[in-house]
Design a protein around this ligand. Structure first.
Ligand code: AMP
Length: 193
């Protein structure tokens, strides 16, 4: 199963991807997690990405497309994968279509989690509080200023990605404002068909 989860920052893509990973035994590929690991490790990509990520901007298409092109070729992706946070621009979506086509593969589903802007900031603030309470380190971009920029980027650059998949008849949606277990049920129902 090759699946894309779309939705704004704080929509619950990471939470739901982790559940789908367990259920279907395919890896969750989060470009955000991969970039954060690169920043932490101080790799050349991490050094390029650090400042733009902290400010809530988008890393270049070239970098993230390169990361995904390599990652989906790894042996653990043979049965499929869940993309979380990629594609985030139409150029990334087009590049993914080409990459898969070159391998003779298709997407199984593209699902958008619909969440109103009004609830996203409080979700991000909760995530930061819970991380702190658990003794973890809060993401450098989980603060109101960077979040506003991430949301603006989402509307400008990533909302058109939904239109791209709608245009090719692949987009499905779920209510991302429902309780977490309910969203999981809606996803399961969509994926069962
Ligand atoms: P996320 O964990 O998905 O919220 O991503 C955190 C940050 O990583 C984003 O705000 C971007 O700076 C960067 N990032 C993650 N995925 C992408 C992508 N597909 N394209 C560009 N930048 C990305």
């Amino acid at each position: 199963m090759r699946l894309i989860l779309l939705g704004p920052p704080g929509a619950g893509k990471g939470t739901q991807s982790a559940r789908l990973e367990q259920k279907y035994g395919i890896p969750q590929l989060s470009t955000g997690d991969m970039l954060r690991a690169a920043v932490k490790a101080g790799t050349p990509i991490g050094l390029q990405a650090k400042a733009v990520m902290e400010s809530g901007g988008l890393v270049s298409d070239e970098i993230v497309i390169g990361i995904i092109a390599d990652r989906i070729d790894a042996p653990d992706c043979a049965k499929g994968f869940i993309l979380d946070g990629f594609p985030r621009t139409v150029a990334q979506a087009e590049a993914l279509t080409k990459l898969l086509k070159a391998k003779g593969k298709d997407l199984s589903a593209v699902i958008e989690l619909l969440v109103d802007d009004g609830v996203l900031l409080s979700r991000i603030e909760n995530r930061a509080r819970e991380t702190l309470a658990a003794g973890g380190t809060v993401r450098a971009d989980d603060n109101p200023d960077a979040f506003k920029k991430r949301l603006a980027q989402y509307h400008q650059q990533t909302a058109p990605v939904s239109d791209y998949y709608k245009g090719i008849g692949e987009l499905r949606t779920v209510d991302g404002m429902a309780p977490i277990d309910e969203v999981t049920k809606q996803l399961d129902a969509l994926l069962a068909h």
